[in-house]
Structure formats: C-alpha cells, structure tokens
Design a protein around this ligand. Structure first.
Ligand code: NAD
Length: 322
C-alpha cells in the first residue's frame, strides 16, 4: 500500500511526536484537534519536539554519539548519517505539519488515521463514532492506546477489518518500537500494511498477533520492575545489589532500579497503584506469583521519595544520584 497522507488525531505528548516523525520521513501530515484551546497546547509541544530532534542530532554528531544509547535510529542510520541533511529535514518537517479543527476536512483522503487522544475508553468511543462516517473506504485506522484493547473500539469504526493497534513509545525518535496488535476482525492485509507503514516512518515494527494488554514490552517490564521493588521493600536486599544481581547475572545494561529512575518515580508509583488492576496485563500464573507482593510497601517507599523531591534521573536523584 502507498502511504502519503497521515492524520494524527490528538496533539498531546505522543500525538505531536508521531506527527513530527511522519513529517520528518517526508509524509503529508495533518493533526486533527478538537478546539482552538488544543491548538494552543499542541503548538508548543511541536516546538519542544523539534528541539528534541535537533538536540538528538547534535548528540549523534558528537563523540558521545558513538554509544548506541546516544543514537536515535528514528532519525538516521549510522552508515548514512549526515548532520546537515538531518537538520534540514527537521526544519522541513516543522514547516509542513498542518493543524486542522474540521474533522471531515482533516481526514479526507487519508491513507492512515492514528488515534492518539486521551486514554479514556468513553471519550475514544465518541471520537470513533464521529469519525467513522467521514473516512474514505481505503483509510486504515489505528489506535495508539497503551492500556485499552482495540476490540473495545472495533465496532464503532465502521471498518473493523482495517482497525488495529499501533503503539508507539515516548521519545519516538530514539525509542523506535512500534507494537502492532491485531484484534479479532483485523484483516491480515491491514496488519501487514501497518507493519509496512511503521517501517516507512523508521520505526521497528513488532508484531503482536493477538490481543494482549501491555503488548510485548510492558507485559515483561512491569512484572520485572515490581519484582525488584518487592525484594527491596521487604528488606531482602538494597537497590544497588538487586541491580547488580541482574546486570552481572544476565549481561543486561540496567537493573530494575536504574530503569525505575529513568522511567521516573511518579510513573513507577502509577504502575504500582494501577497496572496490577489492568485486566489481562498479567497472565493468570504471573498474577498468582505477584499476589503475595508487598504493593503497600512499594507505594509507601515511592511516595516518601517523591515527597523528598527524588523523582528519578530527570530530577537529579531517585534510587541513585545523578
Ligand atoms: N504518553 C506516553 O508516554 C504514551 C506512550 C504510548 C502511547 N500513549 C497513548 O497515546 C494516547 C495519547 O496519550 P498522550 O500521552 O499523548 O496524552 P495527552 O494527554 O498528552 O494528549 C491527549 C490529546 O487528546 C486530546 N483530547 C483529549 N480529550 C479528547 C477527546 N474527548 N476527543 C478528542 N481529543 C481529545 C487532547 O487535546 C490532546 O491533544 C493515549 O491513548 C496513550 O495511552 C501514550
């Protein structure tokens, strides 16, 4: 399938990043927004994203860019990296993203519409019901939802065979995973088309052949982080030793507490409070294994640290000092 016109619904944290990445890759990008107020909130997000791309390109061009951790594969491959060309691409992308309040006008002739509106099932359903009659028959529709399953929305889309999940990660230029998840009625053709689209915008497409809350990454990461925290709050060991057990025992670059510092302690707190309740995130076996975990203790440790201003790497201190 040929992808030319891309529409992003919602210009929040992720919506602005997806828009920027697709425009950076040369596609015709429109962001649909609900109100003038949203336009006022989206414009600065696009500016921040532009700055993040420019900073990433500077880093890639510096000696530190030699490290994989400092390379943004969404921006360029190492072999063909040309700083001036990348910066010119950023300028071009910035100048071409269109913002549109009229939904019919925004989605007319779209090849793909990427729904990235607020994570609330009821509000997403209203959105899909309004959108469905306005779409061209050819349009593929995807949701970027992190915790809601696409089958919840398929019947409101008017095209269940062309509807699925395309889940991006925050800091899309660097964290290039694109988890592509089918629901029961998604056609194989649409699934493959979305895999192709993800590659076209320099993402790494990862197939998720059946519905699973948490997709691939969070299905593994959440139990891992909770397991590290549980060892700590029960006094089994300290964060540094727990991290060392993981790093030196497996050859992985970071243990759970380094990861928690990067994710940020506020998000970690939300994971402890909310993720265990997401239906289907944990397999029945894992759920049984995690049941004796000290969730109260985890929440208290994280809350105390947050109250002391220790919010993780971004604030200069979390489980480690930076
Ligand atoms: N933030 C992340 O790290 C992240 C990562 C992957 C996926 N996601 C997913 O992306 C989607 C958007 O998340 P976000 O972090 O960009 O949120 P956000 O709150 O930053 O942005 C939400 C956008 O939706 C708009 N909006 C709010 N209510 C709406 C409604 N009723 N109808 C239409 N538009 C509405 C807002 O104006 C805003 O533009 C969610 O489904 C979320 O799960 C987020």
């Amino acid at each position: 399938m040929v992808f030319k016109k891309v529409v992003i619904a919602g210009g929040g944290v992720l919506g602005s990043q997806i828009a920027f990445q697709a425009a950076y890759c040369g596609l015709d990008v429109t962001v649909w927004l609900r109100s003038e107020g949203s336009v006022g909130r989206t414009l600065p997000k696009i500016e921040q994203t532009k700055k993040a791309y420019e900073d990433a390109i500077e880093l890639m061009a510096s000696p530190a860019g030699k490290e994989d951790a400092n390379w943004s594969f969404g921006i360029a491959d190492r072999e063909s990296f040309d700083k001036e060309k990348c910066l010119a691409n950023v300028q071009r992308a910035h100048g071409t993203i269109k913002l549109e309040l009229d939904m019919a006008k925004a989605v007319a002739d779209a090849d793909i519409v990427i729904e990235s509106v607020v994570e609330n099932a009821a509000e997403k359903i209203v959105f899909y019901k309004t959108l469905a009659p306005l779409l061209s028959p050819k349009t593929i529709l995807v949701t970027n939802s992190s915790t809601l399953l696409p089958s919840t929305f398929a019947k409101y889309t008017g095209r269940p065979d062309k509807f699925l999940s395309l889940h991006f990660a925050n800091a899309i230029w660097k964290n290039i995973t694109a988890e592509i998840m089918a629901q029961g009625e998604t056609s194989q053709e649409s699934f493959l088309n979305v895999m192709e689209f993800a590659s076209l915008i320099r993402m790494m497409p990862l197939p998720v052949n059946k519905e699973k809350s948490g997709y691939l990454l969070n299905s593994m990461l959440v139990p891992f982080l909770l397991s590290g925290l549980d060892l700590y709050v029960n006094g089994v060991s300290d964060p540094e030793s727990i991290d060392k057990a993981w790093v030196y025992g497996t050859g992985s670059p970071r243990g759970p507490f380094r990861i928690l510092d990067v994710v940020g302690l506020k998000t970690a707190y939300n994971i402890v409070m909310e993720y265990q309740k997401v239906p289907g995130l944990l397999s029945p076996l894992l759920k049984k294994m995690l049941m004796p975990y000290n969730f109260k203790g985890m929440a208290k440790v994280l809350k105390d640290m947050m109250d002391q201003g220790k919010l993780g790497k971004a604030s200069g201190e979390g489980f480690y000092k930076y």
